[in-house]
Design a protein around this ligand. Structure first.
Ligand SMILES: [Zn+2]
Length: 460
């Protein structure tokens, strides 16, 4: 029995090795053609310049988002994609109003702040209160209700990677309200600041009071900390007028290259088209939008029609709700099993290094097979240095598909400066390197094409 198992394991692993070799042999020419075309491509940059400079930032509910959606739909038609359509999605509609803040005691100083997405407003005349400054939730809880009640909590938490630090932005208002605070200021979730505040999503909890919440710059958070540590009472004035309006109509944009042999099977390539309401949403996520759109155009130009259908999906409302992702999943319904893979581009346009492949829930063996095959595709991207395949990944918009077993991949980049610009007025086109954008295009187009054309699926 043991021997039989051993033989089976050997056979299976050599079949997999054969698979991997077959992928490289089958697609090295196509990959070389795609990379060559992508590395001289002007279309992705032209599209990104239009989206950034002519349309601008595009928060859910804004006219600019709908303008971007209409523009993308028309571009896809012009580029020759099949079945181009906008699938209606209802999205949350929060608008930023007038905002200001200043330290009033023990010195007078302006605060550089941005209301967090979804925050309630302060009273129209503003809010004046003393602050407590903490470096963690533990420090806050140690202060207790007695020292927090009636105050504005300032979370001065240094950046230790996005995941660990962003929870102060998303949960800060809840944790502060639980102790009776009247407002919350969070240090912007970034490792570097030139006095630039970064916004982003936040949450409330129906068990507690909703508090006005804003992000301040690193510079201002550190100033508040120093004043507070001196032992003086530190008071701030805050005025926020953000408010939530009734839900708005938006849409996911979909366009396809219908598969030559298995048209019902889908490989999805896409990213979110919405952004925060500051800057231009160039890295987050204009880059992912234009890379996805242009990858399809490039394959059409090269005459590379894959066996499965390649479906480009530009999701609405990733930033503050994920309504686009949920609506797409609902639209797909039972046809979920026809999704062979999903690739999300939402990591900015710094130099790409490869892809992360999300695990198949509860099936480590399938995950391993998927990784081996994805690594074979990765090797085709060696000429542009994007050959890394990492376990774990995907993306927020495709998470609703991955939960049901669809192999999900997310583009990875060097990630050196993304969070310097993320969700701030500095996320503009000038931060995008045209060469890096071309590399992202090459990586996305090769990955999507091979997934859509290869024999079998990643987790088979
Ligand atoms: Zn994003």
């Amino acid at each position: 029995m043991k021997q039989l198992t051993l033989v089976l394991v050997l056979l299976m692993s050599s079949a997999r090795a054969g698979d991997a070799r077959a992928i490289e042999a089958l697609y090295s020419d196509a990959a070389a053609r795609i990379i060559e075309a992508a590395m001289t491509n002007e279309g992705a940059w032209r599209k990104l310049a239009h989206l950034c400079d002519r349309i601008g930032h595009r928060l859910s509910g804004s006219p600019q988002l709908e303008q971007a959606i209409e523009w993308a739909r028309r571009e896809m038609e012009k580029d020759g994609l099949d079945n181009v359509r906008a699938l209606p999605v209802e999205v949350p509609h929060w608008v930023r109003g007038e905002e200001s803040g200043r330290i009033v005691t023990p010195v007078e100083r302006p605060l550089h702040l941005l209301g967090l997405g979804g925050t309630i407003s302060t009273p129209p005349e503003g809010l004046r209160a003393p602050v407590v400054v903490v470096r963690s939730f533990d420090e806050l809880d140690e202060l207790g209700r007695e020292r927090v009640e009636g105050r504005v909590v300032v979370f001065n938490v240094p950046f230790e990677g996005y995941g660990p630090t962003v929870r102060y932005r998303t949960e800060g208002a809840i944790r502060s309200a639980a102790l009776g605070a009247v407002g919350t200021l969070v240090r912007s979730v970034t490792p570097v600041s030139l006095q630039t505040p970064h916004t982003g999503a936040m949450r409330y909890d129906s068990r507690f009071q909703r508090l006005p919440a804003a992000a301040v710059t690193i510079e201002d958070a550190e100033l508040l900390q120093r004043l507070y540590d001196s032992g003086d009472t530190v008071e701030v004035d805050l005025l926020l007028s953000g408010r939530t309006l009734p839900p708005a109509q938006s849409a996911n944009v979909v366009g396809e290259i219908v598969g030559a042999e298995l048209p019902d099977e889908i490989v999805l390539l896409g990213g979110h088209i919405d952004s925060w309401d500051v800057g231009q949403g160039a890295h987050d996520n204009g880059a992912g939008v234009v890379v996805s759109m242009e990858a399809a155009r490039l394959l059409i130009e090269l005459g590379l029609r894959p066996r499965r259908t390649l479906r480009i999906v530009l999701f609405t409302n990733e930033e503050n709700g994920l309504a686009g992702s949920r609506a797409y999943r609902q639209w797909v319904g039972d046809r979920i099993h026809l999704h062979a893979a999903a690739v999300e581009i939402d990591a900015g346009a710094e130099r790409p290094i490869g892809f992360g492949l999300g695990e198949k829930p509860g099936d480590p063996e399938a995950t391993r097979r998927g990784l081996e095959r994805a690594e074979a595709i990765g090797r085709l991207l060696d000429p542009i240095g994007a050959d890394l395949i990492r376990r774990g990944g995907g993306g927020a918009d495709i998470s609703t598909l991955m939960r049901d077993g669809v192999p999900g991949l997310g583009l990875l980049t060097v990630g050196e400066r993304y969070f310097h610009w993320h969700h701030s007025s500095a996320d503009t086109l000038d931060k995008v390197d045209p060469g890096d954008l071309r590399s992202a295009l090459a990586a996305a187009a090769v990955m999507a094409y091979v997934l859509a054309d290869m024999p079998g699926r990643l987790f088979d």
